[in-house]
Ligand binder design. Structure first.
Ligand code: BG6
Ligand code: MG
Length: 213
């Protein structure tokens, strides 16, 4: 393994809770049942796809224009919540792990479905650790399509089979496997089928086989 591609939300930081709060506000307004279990199914899934999954629990049929406005409203609530994030919202051990891997010159990228990646990376101050950042603004197919990771590998000048993808979402694990990457699963993705490295914490990455750190 030559390089590491990190998912952002739910792997490097705890923005999943802010996604939950923003979607919950929309679902409550529309009287649609929504809880953390449904929110977990939205991990790694694009904004519009997430909205479609939530609206499946509504008897009302929304027009494309209405869906666009609902997604925009959710994003405004989410971005408002993001204004307050700081390095305290980083996942346990994330800063130390990134610092150590960077110090031994492991090529690293972010591969995220989120169009808010630039704002989050800036707020967390982690941009300096990455050789490439690929996000929802640069891709046309959301996870489980491997596009985001394939573009990240290309930017790192690495073959997919030489890159380890770190994911917390089933859609992300599938995307990585579909692209021919090695996968480390953390959180809910730890027990996904075919994960190469189930991780209890990010710091376990430092002990992954074939890793020079
Ligand atoms: C992923 C999150 O990283 O980004 C999903 O896990 C989210 O929950 C997706 O829906 C898109 O995010 P955004 O910020 O573009 O709405
Ligand atoms: Mg994620």
């Amino acid at each position: 393994m030559n390089a590491i591609i990190f998912d952002l939300d739910g792997v490097l930081c705890h923005t999943d809770e802010y996604h939950y709060m923003a979607w919950k506000a929309i679902a409550d307004e529309l009287h649609i049942p929504f809880n953390r279990e449904v929110n977990n199914q939205l991990r790694g899934v694009s904004r519009m796809e997430s909205l479609k999954l939530i609206l499946r629990n509504s008897p009302v049929c929304y027009s494309e224009q209405e869906k666009f406005l609902l997604a925009e409203k959710k994003n405004n609530i989410y971005r408002e919540l993001l204004q307050n994030i700081t390095s305290k919202d980083l996942a346990d051990g994330a800063w130390t792990v990134l610092e150590k891997l960077h110090a031994v010159h492991i090529p690293m990228a972010i591969g995220s479905s989120s169009k808010n990646t630039p704002l989050i990376v800036e707020k967390l101050g982690i941009g300096k650790f990455f050789d490439a950042i690929v996000d929802g603004n640069q891709i046309s197919h959301s996870k489980p399509d491997p596009e985001v990771f394939l573009l990240a590998a290309e930017k790192l000048h690495q073959k997919p089979s030489d890159c380890l993808v770190v994911e917390d979402a089933e859609a992300g694990v599938k995307a990585a496997l579909n692209g021919g990457f090695l996968v480390a699963g953390i959180g809910p993705a730890k027990d996904c089928p075919n994960v190469n490295y189930p991780l209890l914490s990010l710091s376990e990455l430092l002990a992954v086989e074939g890793h020079p750190a």
